[in-house]
Design a protein around this ligand. Structure first.
Ligand code: IPM
Ligand code: MN
Length: 367
């Protein structure tokens, strides 16, 4: 298989963690005889420094001409004063929009080996396995009008939460289809007791639900969902929700996994899939080789799954991650002890374990 992958390391720890994800993909390509072609391009603060734009035209062009985009993180304190379209985050939002990536899949799995890393009680988190399907191109993030207005001494600001039924329906279908391959339950999260957008959301989900008779559907208000995520996370399978609710709930769900550094994500539905860890650029720990690369590596696994249709390879990467964690290896975010490993060492161990998996497979097919 030939795969063109645009690599956008971005800011802060983006560089370090993406490098490990690329190594993992190279290992897969080598063992399965694929041609993966990587093209590195600037985004975020790096884009501003090099090309005076958080999403330079050349970067967007390479992304649109690729089969998948692997992104690190955007955002740096030295660019925090910038406004509007010059913000690092605006570059990422524009990229999501231009790729048409309307469904953001954020799995939050509590691996057995990490159950005691969560600040929540082990019996609450052990076995939790949630997929958040976050709408990514609508709601308050993109709604117009939006503005800060100054009238004399009065300053006023507004954003617009707006959804069409078509936007809700397409992301709801992604959630229903994902649930079919998992626990067969969709929890649609909204604020229908207050917001019209949520009332339309609920109505639209209910309208298409009969097309998926094997899926159980429930509706939950976002405030109740926020509480249930930390009191009874095992009640969830797939959570379907709008953009801002999904942003907030996915950080909260990260608590189940032991660290925000564990979570990968896939943004799909458009022409080109976008894969990025859920964590941010973490400028305070950048350049120190201490960031957890597992979120980025898990994103690479999702790239294999959704953009390359290499399900088995994706599973191999996920197995290698689990193996390394089961063997007790931890980056600093996952352990209070001094006995932690760095970003590149974690990458080394995952690559090594991946190679073991291929070696074992070869031995198996030879017998
Ligand atoms: C995320 C991030 C982004 C978002 C920011 C960086 C724009 O928090 O991917 O969750 O809000 O979507
Ligand atoms: Mn977020």
């Amino acid at each position: 298989m030939n795969l063109k992958i645009a690599v956008l390391p971005g800011d802060g720890v983006g560089d370090e963690v993406t490098a490990q994800a690329v190594r993992v993909l190279q290992t897969i390509a080598q063992h399965e005889n694929h041609q993966f072609e990587f093209t590195e391009m600037p985004i975020g603060g790096v884009g501003i420094t090099k090309k005076n734009s958080p999403l330079p035209d050349e970067t967007l062009e390479v992304c649109l001409n690729s089969d998948a985009v692997l992104l690190g993180a955007v955002g740096a304190p030295e660019f925090d004063h910038l406004k509007g379209e010059m913000r690092c985050e605006a570059g990422l939002l524009k990229l999501r929009k231009r790729l048409g990536a309307f469904a953001n899949l954020r799995p939050s799995v509590c691996y057995e080996a990490l159950a005691d890393c969560s600040p929540l009680k082990t019996e609450i988190v052990a076995g939790a396995d949630i997929l958040i399907v976050r709408e990514l191109l609508g709601g308050l993030y993109f709604g117009e009008p939006r503005q800060i207005e100054t009238n004399g001494a009065n300053r006023e600001a507004y954003n617009t939460m707006r959804y069409s039924a078509a936007e809700i329906e397409r992301v709801a279908r992604v959630a229903f289809e994902a649930a079919q391959t998992r626990g067969k339950k969709v929890t649609s999260v909204d604020k229908a007791n207050v917001l019209e957008t949520s009332q339309l959301w609920r109505e639209t989900v209910n309208k298409i639900a009969p097309e998926y008779p094997e899926i159980t559907v429930e509706h939950l208000y976002v405030d109740a969902c926020a509480m249930a995520l930390v009191t009874n996370p095992k009640r969830f399978d797939v959570i379907l929700t709008e953009n801002l609710f999904g942003d907030i709930l996915s950080d909260e769900a990260a608590v189940l996994t032991g660290s925000l550094g564990m979570l990968g994500s896939a943004s799909i539905g458009g022409a080109v899939g976008l894969y990025e860890p859920v964590h941010g650029s973490a400028p305070d720990i950048a350049g120190k080789n201490i960031a957890n690369p597992i979120g980025a590596i898990a994103s690479a696994a999702m790239l294999l799954r959704y953009s390359a249709q290499l399900e088995k390879s994706a599973q191999n990467v996920e197995s290698a991650i689990v193996k390394v964690l089961s063997n007790g290896h931890r980056t600093a975010d996952l352990s209070k002890s001094n006995n932690t490993i760095g970003t590149s060492e974690m990458g080394d161990l995952i690559v090594e374990n991946l190679e073991e998996i291929y070696k074992a497979n070869r031995a198996f097919s030879a017998t």
